[in-house]
Design a protein around this ligand. Sequence first.
Ligand code: NAP
Length: 308
Amino acid sequence: MEKVIIVGTGCAGLTAAIYAARANLSPLVLEGHEPGGQLSTTTLVENFPGFPEGINGPELIMAMKSQAERFGARFSYAAIEDLEKADGFLRVKIDGQWQETRTLIIASGASAKWLGLPNEKTLVGHGLTSCATCDGAFYRNVPVAVIGGGDSAAEEATFLTRFASKVYLVHRRDTLRASKIMVERAMANPKIEPLWNSAPVEYLTDAEGEMRALKIKDVNSGAEREIEVKCVFVAIGHTPNTAPFRGKLDMDESGYLLQRDGTKTNIPGVFAAGDVADHVYRQAITASGQGCAAALDAEKYLAACGAE
Ligand code: NAP
């Protein structure tokens, strides 16, 4: 019987691991399908407090992991497949094997949706990103493009006008689905040029393999053209990694876990932290904060059951 199993090794899972390990709970941490979470695919992180010169995402993740290991967290390259409530404990299916645990902290994050264009995977970090807050400041006084028509796209396009010389808002239809206030703000900004009815078809790179231009196609006429941009921000939504918990844990209509009274879920002993439950802030530091809260909630729960 484990005391604490943590699902995910992004900022939320690793911070939960540090706190649970320091509380002598020897947590078992499952790395899942995307070890390190979204930070492991970014480059320089300039807004995580404590690093005035910035720190590379993978380096930050490795530092958090070794901090957790130092206090006794155990890591396993395994993924969770199912969850069952038992009498006073939980049963979780990990890579085909059932394991008993008193508590479970779910920090499995969310994955950015991508367009599925050729060379997409290799361009991430080389002029292709899904996070304006993370990477916007690297593209000063150059043209960039944002893809999408929701709140994320409108918000990111507006944010990027602080840095970029011009922001193309590339949307496949002729109306944005973003909320009225976001649309008004974006459309009133002289640096934003909407490109309606435009579907991205290809990323074009320079000799160094960095983004040079985006090829788009008019969905009505079929005409293609290139827009010169140094970075493309894909903002077509995220998918929370909650598939194994469907029908077991309360979720909103998009699949994000619902928290109550801190990080608790509807099953006693199961806690949620970070992007798996948060589609609003989605920052490394807010995910870490929730990971800390979840570990403290789990510790309190164990003490109340006398299972500490
Ligand atoms: P979203 O509302 O699902 O919008 C995704 C956008 O991407 C849509 O405009 C969609 O086009 C487009 N899209 C999807 N797949 C595409 C593809 N393959 N090719 C081209 N375009 C594609 O996602 P979101 O903007 O990330 O927002 C998610 C949730 O978070 C929403 O509930 C939103 O209100 C909320 N949010 C709130 C704030 C805020 O209040 N500050 C900020 C960000 C997000 P179509 O319109 O044609 O479907």
